[in-house]
Design a protein around this ligand. Sequence first.
Ligand code: F6R
Ligand code: MG
Ligand code: MG
Length: 361
Amino acid sequence: SKITLSVIKADIGGYVGHTDVHPDLLEIAKKMLKEKGDMLIDFHVTRVGDDIQLIMTHREGVDSEKIHKLAWDTFLACTERARELKLYGAGQDLLKDSFSGNIKGMGPGVAEMEFEERKSEPVVIFIADKTEPGAWNLPLYKMFADPFNTAGLIIDPSMHQGFKFEVYDMYEGKKIVFNTPEELYDMLVFIGATGRYCIRKVYTKNNEIAAVSSTQRMNLMAGKYIGKDDPVLIVRCQNGLPAVGEVLEAFANPHLVFGWMRGSHTGPMIPVSLEDAVPTRFDGPPRVCALGFQLKEGKLIGPQDLFKDIAFDSARKKALEIADYMRTLGPFEPHRLPLQELEYTTLPHLMEKLKDRWEKD
Ligand code: F6R
Ligand code: MG
Ligand code: MG
């Protein structure tokens, strides 16, 4: 029977500021999943920056009310402790007062996939802080469509026919499926615009699920800035899918993403070990960790902290150089985001204040 892998995440309070998760919250999350998670096969609790991720396996399928409620209740229990400790922004991602059947649209981010576990099932779970779902577009494109990244697209006969990408329009709430390599150029028109379009799923041409990302944009949901979405991504690997090393290789050249300070700056995505997943410089720069698991009848064997490898040191060094350079631009674009992406709402206030001083010219 099929296994479902669910990754549900939320920022429910930072320690200190927006930099990290307090250890008490991780303990509470583990305790909750252990005590209330009868329907789970297995779970793993982790964090990147100020975000907690609940990694869960079960047989309830995607969008299961039971699983989403468990995650919601877990985040509520953590929030209680966050409030006691007066952690920063306690409960910030829980946008609703009560649970209404599905955690999507309530603040937390969700990535879930259901599949028949293969003879061996290696998966990589990427978790990021100080950025947004569009940050996965470039790496997903590299993993599943770029032969300069993924040798298997050329070499492995079972990958040679390419993959299908489901692209989601976060403004209009619409989706489209592109076939690659046939429709690569069409797809790139959209996925290059990372603030609006994001790759939500990747399938093989035989409709086997290969990757799923979280695609919420909380600021669009809430109608005002309440933090970036700090997305997660699940990728199945090997044996007709990209190898673990091909999947990770997509992060070897740190790309620029939206996020960083006040969710309003462009900066490099640094691949780091879990130990180094505490973004402090200018509240960043954006960070990504990769947890590798082997599934065994749904049991999570792992994690392996995949970006700990010293072979990513030069990516980190390059990212830090890019970060230094970007910071020199201060409040100027493209370090500061263009106005329509600026998440803090200075502009409307300023427009109002200065409205009589603008003269027709
Ligand atoms: C970015 C982020 C931080 C905060 C910043 C200001 O995603 O979370 O950079 O935006 O620390 O936070 P507030 O407005 O809460 O003082
Ligand atoms: Mg935060
Ligand atoms: Mg965060």
